[in-house]
Design a protein around this ligand. Structure first.
Ligand code: ASP
Length: 329
């Protein structure tokens, strides 16, 4: 089954995912950047709509951006129909669902977890690492032990229906070193960035990573500075797409540093995309997308290929916005 299918809405040159239908009240916007007063939440892909609403429940009560982003992405992690985030995710080539996540707050505190298995909420494990340890990142068996010691909820992965797809994939893909693909079918991550009523920024990023990746592979999503970066003086950025390419340019950190130099959020994302393009001879299936907000509430995004959209939530807006892009698929 295709992960995404798209339809055109009238003359709007945008794409609204029907993978998870948006409520009728959702506006579809084809504007690529904007500005908001007051609290704002941005997150990657259409699953961000539901996640943003949970995050908004925190912000509208005057809560902190840090709590909002954690609560928001937990909605996506809990969705057992989501094949790219949380325990419903697709496994690696050896049949293991390995989860990556990170979180960063307005004090530049950060926590990260990678190669975690069978734990329902990697984002909360990342937050616990940030708040309860002297470390930033735990991986693999050590991360699992940490989560179990703290009593985090466990789950058996892969889910039976995911395992069935995997068995089929194995039959059709005997070459284990086959060139990887990031396309419409096999990826998506939720990266969420938010500003609270106090003007403070935080972000969260969580994924099951690239479907059928090599065992042990970790992408950009749990890497502070790659999949997520927050500097409360400047802005916040998150990324989705081919993690290897995003890591190569320290993507989200690059976007924030460009905003520090005066780039608008969209232009900063565009420059990061330009660098990715310039550093890769072969762009086949190399989708990378950035989403950013600055300290004044300006926001924007940019991707290598068409098809990326992000969810926006403010007091008066609850919509999917199409990203500007360098080229069509
Ligand atoms: N960035 C994720 C990874 O490389 C995948 C994605 O966002 O599509 O694991």
């Amino acid at each position: 089954m295709k992960r995404r299918s798209f339809f055109k809405l009238g003359a709007v040159a945008g794409a609204l995912s029907v993978f998870k239908p948006a409520k009728a009240s959702n506006l579809l916007s084809s504007s690529f950047e904007g500005s908001a007063e007051g609290p704002i939440i941005l997150s990657t892909w259409s699953h961000g709509l539901e996640a943003n609403r949970a995050a908004w429940n925190v912000l509208e009560k005057g809560g902190k951006a840090l709590d909002a982003v954690e609560q928001g992405v937990k909605v996506t992690e809990s969705d057992l129909n989501n094949r790219s985030v949380g325990i419903g995710g697709r496994p690696d080539r050896e049949g293991h669902v390995t989860l990556d996540a990170c979180i960063m707050d307005e004090q530049s505190r950060c926590g990260s977890v990678a190669f975690l298995e069978g734990i329902a909420h990697p984002i909360s494990v990342a937050r616990a690492i940030m708040e309860k340890t002297q470390h930033v990142m735990l991986v693999g068996a050590g991360a699992n032990k940490f989560a179990l010691d703290l009593g985090f909820k466990t789950a058996k992965t892969p889910l039976p229906e995911v395992k069935k797809d995997y068995e089929q994939w194995k039959k059709e893909n005997k070459d284990q070193f086959k060139k990887p693909e990031i396309n419409h079918e096999n990826h998506d991550t939720i990266g969420m960035i938010a500003m609270d009523a106090n003007g403070d920024l935080s972000g969260a990023c969580t994924t099951s990573g690239w479907a059928y990746k090599m065992h042990g592979r970790v992408g950009d999503s749990p890497i502070i500075g790659a999949g997520l970066f927050v500097d409360n003086e400047v802005g916040a950025a998150t990324a989705t797409g081919m993690g290897e390419a995003i890591i190569r340019i320290a993507g989200s950190h690059t976007v924030v540093e460009l905003m520090r130099q005066g780039y608008s959020p969209k232009d900063a994302c565009k420059e990061a995309v330009r660098r990715i393009i310039s550093k890769h001879k072969d762009l086949t299936n190399l989708q990378c997308c950035f989403l950013a907000i600055d300290k004044k509430g300006n926001y924007g995004s940019y991707s290598v290929y068409s098809g990326f959209n992000y969810a926006l939530k403010t007091k008066s807006q609850d919509m999917l916005v199409d990203s500007e892009f360098d080229r069509n698929w």
